[in-house]
Each structure stands twice: as structure tokens, then as C-alpha cells.
Design a protein around this ligand. Structure first.
Ligand SMILES: Nc1ncnc2c1ncn2[C@@H]1O[C@H](COP(=O)(O)OP(=O)(O)OP(=O)(O)O)[C@@H](O)[C@H]1O
Ligand SMILES: [Mg+2]
Length: 237
């Protein structure tokens, strides 16, 4: 579904990603683990079109998407849940969801009503709080809202940037069961970047470890949890 080949990207001519290559198969949950500053957010922002690639190729369903406009990438079926959640200030929970509607939302069976019903069923808390301002939600509720905003766009692939950040273990677990449920129902594919190795290793089908803009290890969660590269990445290069 997604193939990243020798991707270089960064800021002001200075590369942060130094030739990243990875693959995501349809229906998989793929995790990319890395310490602070490894380049995880840079990778996600490059994939979603917020940042230009310097070189390399990103293929989505066989088509190159590197350096396409962010809105065209969303239209192809990739939704990005950014680090820090970015709930829109001044908008209610419901309005935060409404602004995330796309052509795909309208085209899917049941349209907007069905999309809204789906996120309300997955996260009943958001239904209870639909008229509350988005930023006044708790951290865990804001993360649910951020994931729901991605869902109403009816994506094929969701990019999740550190969903565990700032969440208590129980809340994070609830969020990850929702992700497994979304995949079960819709067949949605997930690319998740995380510092929280333990959680990611529990749900991922395949794992990459990155260090300073490069992949240094990859394998199944079982293989990776036995790999000394994980320790190295987390103790810092
Ligand atoms: N807007 C920017 N301008 C210049 N350099 C940046 C910018 N954003 C990030 N960087 C640099 O790129 C490198 C990678 O940052 P990035 O945010 O991608 O890391 P990360 O793996 O997501 O870290 P974290 O786990 O802390 O979120 C860092 O050295 C950072 O200082
Ligand atoms: Mg980051």
C-alpha cells in the first residue's frame, strides 16, 4: 500500500531523514520506533505533504505522492493525526469533526451521518461532549477527537504521530483497542510512530526502528523485542 524508498527530507536544506526506506502492506499496523529527535514527525509530515521531500520516492497504491499538495494526499485516502493532537481552538467537538469531512465522507454509504455515528459508537465520550469546545476536553479525549477527525475522512491509511504522548496507560490502551476495532471493521491500514516501544510492540504487525533519520532495525514485534538495536535507540545514539 505504501512504499517509501530512499527518502531524504529536512528543513532549510539540512536533511533529517537520510535515506529512509520502508513498506506498509494493506491492513497492517506498522510501527516506527525512535527516540526524541530521530525524525519521526519529519517522516509523517513528509508523507502527508506538509513538508517537501528532498529526494527519494513515496508510492501510495503504486502512485508517486511525494511533494503532492496535502489536500491531494488526503483525497487519495491518507489521513494524518499530528503529534500534539492540534484540536482546532474555538470549535466544538462536533465542529472539529465537521471540518474534517471530505468527498470520501459524502461518497461512503450513509455519508456524514454514518461517519459521525461510527465515531460516536467508537468513542461515546465524544457524543456526550459534542457541544463542548474541543480544547476543553481532557488529553485522552482530545486524542480520541484527533483520531475521529482522521476517521470521518474515510481514509485507507491513517498516519498516527505518537498517539501515546501524555496519556495514562489505561486511556492509551482504550485508544489502541479502538484502533484494532477500526481495522477489523473497515480494513484501515495504520502507520504509527512512537517512542513508547512497549505499547507499539503489542499491537503492531511489523516494526521499524529509526535512529537519526535512518532505519537501523526491522522485524516482527517478537524479533524486535529481542534486538539490541532497540536498546541502543532508546538509550540514545
Ligand atoms: N521546523 C523545523 N526546523 C528545523 N529543524 C527542525 C524542525 N522540526 C524538527 N526539526 C529538527 O529535526 C530533527 C527531528 O525532529 P522530529 O520532530 O522529526 O523528531 P521526532 O522523532 O518526531 O522527535 P519527538 O519524539 O521528540 O517528537 C530534530 O533535530 C529537530 O530539531
Ligand atoms: Mg515527533
Amino acid at each position: 500500500m505504501l512504499t517509501i524508498d530512499n527518502l531524504h527530507a529536512g528543513y532549510n536544506e539540512i536533511a533529517v531523514l537520510h535515506g529512509m526506506s520502508l513498506k506498509v502492506e494493506p491492513g497492517q499496523i506498522v510501527a516506527v520506533l525512535g527516540a526524541n529527535g530521530a525524525g519521526k514527525t519529519t517522516l509523517m509530515n513528509t508523507l502527508s505533504g506538509l513538508l517537501r521531500a528532498m529526494s527519494g520516492e513515496v508510492l501510495f497504491e503504486g502512485q508517486p505522492i511525494q511533494n503532492m499538495l496535502a489536500e491531494s494526499i488526503v483525497a487519495r485516502g491518507i489521513s494524518h493525526v499530528p503529534q500534539g493532537r492540534r484540536v482546532f481552538p474555538g470549535l466544538t467537538v462536533q465542529e472539529n469533526l465537521m471540518v474534517a469531512r471530505t468527498a470520501a465522507t459524502r461518497k461512503a454509504p450513509g455519508g456524514w451521518d454514518a461517519a459521525l455515528a461510527q465515531v460516536h459508537e467508537l468513542f461515546p465520550r465524544l457524543k456526550e461532549r459534542k457541544d463542548q469546545l474541543g480544547w476543553s476536553l481532557s488529553g485522552g479525549e482530545q486524542q480520541m477527537l484527533a483520531v475521529s477527525r482522521a476517521l470521518v475522512a474515510r481514509p485507507k491509511l491513517i498516519l498516527l504521530d505518537e498517539p501515546s504522548l501524555g496519556l495514562a496507560p489505561l486511556i492509551f490502551e482504550a485508544l489502541f483497542s479502538a484502533i484494532l476495532e477500526i481495522r477489523r471493521r473497515e480494513g484501515t491500514t495504520f502507520l504509527v510512530v512512537e517512542q513508547n516501544a512497549e505499547q507499539a510492540l503489542r499491537v503492531a504487525d511489523y516494526v521499524y526502528v529509526m535512529e537519526l533519520g535512518r532505519i537501523v532495525a526491522q522485524g516482527t514485534p517478537t524479533e524486535i523485542s529481542r534486538d539490541p538495536a532497540i536498546e541502543k535507540a532508546y538509550l540514545g545514539a
